[in-house]
Each structure stands twice: as C-alpha cells, then as structure tokens.
Design a protein around this ligand. Structure first.
Ligand code: UFG
Length: 339
C-alpha cells in the first residue's frame, strides 16, 4: 500500500517508514523538519535500499498536504506522527500545542478524505488514561479530559474525540488510534534514532548523553514512590516494535474505529533502565537521587493483549535490546544526525 507519513522524518515516523518499506509498502514523508533532519531520508535509503521521498511542508497546512497528494498520491493511508510532544513545554505553551496538534489532524483529514484514503492511523499516547487505579491500562480504561495533567495529553485525547466523530460520518473509513507507551531504542544499524534538540527531558536520551560524557550525571527523579525499588515505573517499548505495530495496523485495517495500546505490558523502573544501560556500556554511570519531578506518576503500563489478538502484533524486543541499540546510535551519532 501507499502511505503518507505526516511527521515521517521524526523519530517514530522514520522507523515506521523503514518497517513499511521492508514489508513491501511505499512510504512518502511530509515533514516541516522543525524537530528533525532532512538527512533522515538518506539514512532510510541506506537501511532499506528503497526510497521514502520527502515533501518539505507542514501537515497543518492544507496546501502542503494537497501538494504531497499531487506529487506522490494517491495514498491508501495516512499515518499521523506530526505533533509537538514535550509535556513540560505544553504546560508553558498550551495554544501552540492545541493549535498544532489539532490543525495537523484537520488538514490531513480534509485532504485525505477528499482524496479517498481508506485508513488514518493516529499516534496517540498511553497518557490519555487518567486513573492510576485502572493499571494495567486496557483500551477501555478511564479517559477523563479534565483529569489529564498537561495540554499535550489533552490534545491527544481531543484528537481521539474528533477522529471518532469523523469516522461516524465516513463509515467506510478506518481510523486506528495507536496509544504509545514510552518509545525508546533506535534502529539496530545505528543509522536512525532519537535526536532531541538541546538537553533531553526523557530518561533514555538523557542517560545516553551521560554515557557519552555530554552530561555529568543521571538524576533519578524520586526513589520514594510506592514501587518495588521506589523509582518510577514505565512501559518502555522498542521503537522498531512500535513501527512494526503500525504496519500490522495498516494491514489489518477494516472500516470503523479501533484503539490499541502499543507497549510491552512490563513495568520497568528508572533504576532498572539505568542498570540495563550500564550493562550495554560496560561500566557504571554517575547517578544520584533528586526530588520527584512535578506531574510524574509512580507507574504507567498497559495491557497490550488487544493488539496481539486483533492485529497479530506483540512487542518482542527486551529492555537490554533497547539500551544496546540506543548506545549504538549514540556512539555513532554523538551530535545527532547533523553531527
Ligand atoms: N526520569 C528520571 N530522570 C530523568 C528523566 C526522567 O528519573 O532525567 C524518570 C521520570 O521521573 C519517570 C521516568 O524516568 O519516572 C520516565 O520519564 P520520561 O520523561 O522518560 O517519560 P514520561 O513517562 O514522563 O513521558 C512519557 C513520554 C512522553 C510523553 C509523556 C506524557 O516519554 O513522550 O509520557 O506524560 F509525552
């Protein structure tokens, strides 16, 4: 199938483009390159031996989406990765988050539906679940907008509401909501990986920067949570598993609305993740316990069984696979794509 990947030059989009090409599909990237590099397309070509053409433009602009269709359409499917995703920044700049994260969806839907797409696969988040009492989260777990702590998560849940309403009046269209847990890892080639601008906020890229000596020490944000070792637990998923989840969703798409958790279902603590990274590097990393970070939950993890039953997809890569691949990517690209 032919797929337009909005935000396709970003971290999850690029890995999904690779997985699509390797599964025999065609991938076209639409990206404004505000949070990634145009060099990604050359890396994708090196890995796959195939091309993923890049249209430089904004998924929030109807004109740019129409240009992607005119130059490279028709498309069977749109995958929508084009979002702002920094939780802390979203609290500071709510309008930027609501505008970008919804305008992209409106433009992609308007143009996509007018051009006869059959499926729309949306990057949602495990942070749409609002009640820790529901752990592990199934797809039916409580999603209460006013209980979500930040505009990023709210913008994703608002998107889900919009998409459900649009699907109702387009009964032949598949809309798939993929609720990601914590994507980490990199392509095993070390050619494609996460390239955050500035000091990373998320744990895995932060640990990687400490491991290459670019940052002095890992801060463990709280060791007094009600978890087995006192540090926060998350459901980390290898980005290549996540990418393969998109391919499965595309291939299994039927008319209607469906939501799937994409995670491993295994809670991993901050200390466990750091210990795995230390195994990958071969020595201990400097670390110390800091106060809790505002807004953090003790634990989030999912029940991923619906995706296994309905999509035939299951994450297979281990925590040690994730840290090994991040370390490989970080060593080969100490300054990211642009070096
Ligand atoms: N943590 C540290 N030290 C750090 C960074 C994080 O101890 O330097 C801890 C956090 O307290 C948390 C865990 O590591 O317990 C994971 O934190 P991340 O920032 O990596 O991930 P979050 O679960 O906070 O964020 C995730 C995704 C985001 C998503 C967000 C929504 O990574 O992309 O959920 O809340 F937007």
């Amino acid at each position: 199938m032919r797929v337009l990947l909005a935000g396709g030059a970003g971290y999850v989009g690029a890995h999904t483009a690779i997985a699509l090409i390797e599964a025999g599909h065609e991938a076209v990237l639409l990206d404004d390159l505000t949070n990634t590099s145009g060099l990604v397309t050359e890396r994708i070509a090196r890995i796959t031996g195939g091309r993923a053409p890049l249209v430089a433009g904004s998924a929030a602009h109807v004109d740019d989406v129409e240009r992607a269709f005119a130059e490279h359409g028709p498309f069977d499917s749109i995958m929508h990765f084009a979002a702002k995703k920094a939780v802390g920044e979203s609290v500071e700049k709510p309008l930027d988050y609501y505008a970008n994260n919804l305008d992209t969806t409106y433009a992609l839907l308007r143009v996509g539906i007018a051009n006869g797409i059959r499926s729309f696969i949306f990057s949602s988040t495990g942070t749409v679940y609002s009640d820790p009492a529901d752990l592990p989260f199934t797809e039916e777990a409580t999603r209460n907008l006013v209980d979500l702590s930040n505009p990023y998560s709210k913008s994703k849940l608002m998107n889900e509401v919009v998409l459900a309403d649009v699907q109702k009046v387009n009964p032949g269209l598949n809309i798939t909501l993929l609720r990601y847990f914590n994507p980490v890892g990199a392509h095993e080639s070390g050619l494609v990986g996460e390239d955050p601008k500035g000091t990373p906020n998320n744990l895995m890229p932060f640990v990687a920067r400490v491991a290459v000596g670019a940052l002095p020490e890992v801060g463990i944000f709280g060791d007094d949570y009600d978890t087995p070792d006192g540090t926060g637990q998350r459901d980390y998923i290898h980005v290549v598993d996540l990418a393969e989840g998109h391919v499965a969703a595309l291939e299994k798409a039927q008319p209607g609305l469906a939501a799937y958790n994409l995670g491993t279902g295994i809670p991993v603590s901050v200390r466990e993740l750091v210990a795995s990274f230390e195994r990958a590097v071969g020595h201990e990393l400097p670390k110390s316990v800091k106060p809790r970070r505002a807004g953090d939950l003790a634990a989030t993890y999912c029940d991923p069984s619906k995706a296994e039953h309905e999509l035939g997809w299951k994450a297979t890569r281990t925590l040690d696979d994730m840290t090994r691949d991040v370390w490989n990517w970080q060593q080969k690209n100490p300054g990211g794509y642009e070096g």
